[in-house]
Design a protein around this ligand. Structure first.
Ligand SMILES: Cc1ncc(COP(=O)(O)O)c(C=O)c1O
Length: 391
């Protein structure tokens, strides 16, 4: 059965752009086509648009414009942060290690794996069953000498908010470098990089209604980070290559809107989440809420108890899609096979529970009725997966 009513509950995968973002990108592409490195008037116009975007974004996060580098998205920002900070530190401290939380995005974990392959000692920091970093264990495991530590601010699968400020002060006492992936946090939490205390912070455009393939990296003045790409002198020699001014302008515009609407969106997301849960709590057995009470309200991650259901996330998602609801599963498709979520496994969920997980994520375009309607559909779908006998 297919349906006409479409409900998009996958804002954490990619958020739809405001029309003014699309207009800003299009206007820049047609009107500001010069190369920002050219000395002529069209080039200077592009350079001005680039630097205005940098100033505007820097203001939003309480940074200096010279501390903001535009990148090709969240993955690139994370890779640049880790590889660049580790390489710079290891020139001075050849044994410098890297500590990453067990629930980081693949952009951090896979990069850490690559660095481990080059001889860097990598330690993983565990989380509790609530999805939140175990601070006691972090204190024990974070290298006592200079090293690089990466702990995300908001987890993309569960919404769990991590104690980044606390970890950053610990890292500072050990003369280390602190990176945080704030890709899912910008527009959801107040963003003041100075108060946060991290030395390096990653951002992405399309999670906040900006274009895909653009993001930013904040690098605190004085923090040593090696370049990612070599060539021209763009982005103060940190990332060579002609700057993608239209996407950067779109990113800056989206960031401005996300920050302006942050409080209203939080309230709205919270209402949507509650509406969905109220509907689901009506006689639905075996529903587990991941990181409940520990996360941002924009994300609702639900697992089905395998003692009650025989379900997997992909089947649930397909059924939801057929009924017009777009959501995500708690798994990642790697090399064609569906892997159980490393985030939920790190929280101590067993593999079967991990596979039977759906993430709903809310945005300004959702109505409370959408949330209730989607919950009703989900309730109907999962009853089809109820076990008829005990496993
Ligand atoms: C926490 C987190 N970090 C990094 C990324 C990667 O960002 P991008 O899609 O811009 O490469 C994502 C996207 O899913 C994310 O959720």
């Amino acid at each position: 059965m297919t349906t006409e009513r479409r409900i998009y509950l996958d804002h954490s995968a990619s958020a739809p752009p405001d029309p003014s973002v699309v207009e800003a990108v299009a206007a820049c592409m047609s009107g500001t086509y010069g190369n920002a490195s050219s000395v002529h008037a069209p080039g200077r116009r592009a350079k001005a648009a680039l630097e205005e975007s940098r100033e505007s974004f820097a203001r939003l996060i309480n940074a200096e414009p010279a501390e903001v580098y535009f990148t090709g998205g969240g993955t690139e920002s994370d890779n640049h942060a880790l590889t660049g900070a580790v390489a710079a530190l290891r020139r001075r401290e050849p044994d410098a290690a890297l500590a990453v939380s067990a629930v980081e995005h693949h952009a951090v974990l896979e990069c850490a794996g690559h660095l481990a392959g080059t001889g860097v000692r990598v330690v993983q920091l565990p989380v509790g069953s609530d999805g939140v970093l175990n601070l006691g264990e972090a204190e024990r495991l974070i290298p006592s000498g200079p090293g690089v530590t990466s702990v995300m601010l908001v987890n993309n699968e569960t919404g769990a908010v991590q104690p980044v400020t606390e970890v950053a002060s610990l890292v500072r006492t050990r003369n280390g470098v602190m990176h945080t992936d704030a890709v899912q946090a910008f527009g959801k939490l107040a963003m003041d990089v100075r108060a946060l205390g991290a030395d390096i912070v990653s951002f992405s455009g399309h999670k906040i209604g900006g274009p895909k393939g653009v993001g930013a990296l904040y690098v605190r003045r004085g923090t040593e980070v090696d370049a990612l790409l070599y060539g021209g002198a763009q982005e103060r020699k940190m990332r060579a290559g002609t700057e993608n001014v239209p996407l950067i302008v779109g990113f800056a515009r989206a960031a401005e809107l996300a920050e302006r609407n942050r409080a209203a969106l939080r309230e709205h997301a919270s209402a949507c989440r509650s509406a969905m849960l109220d509907e689901l709590r009506k006689d639905v057995p075996g529903l587990l809420i991941n990181a409940d009470g520990k996360g941002v309200p924009h994300i609702l991650s639900l697992s089905l108890d395998p003692a009650v259901y025989e379900a997997d996330g992909e089947a649930l998602l397909m059924s939801l899609d057929l009924q017009g609801v777009a959501a995500s599963s708690g798994s990642a498709c790697t090399s064609g096979s569906v892997q159980p979520s490393h985030v939920l496994l790190a929280m101590g969920r067993d593999e079967r529970t991990t596979r039977a997980t759906v993430r709903f994520s809310f945005g300004a375009g959702n109505t409370l009725d959408d949330a209730r309607h989607a919950a009703g559909l989900f309730r109907g779908i999962i009853t089809r997966f109820l076990r008829t006998s005990t496993p």
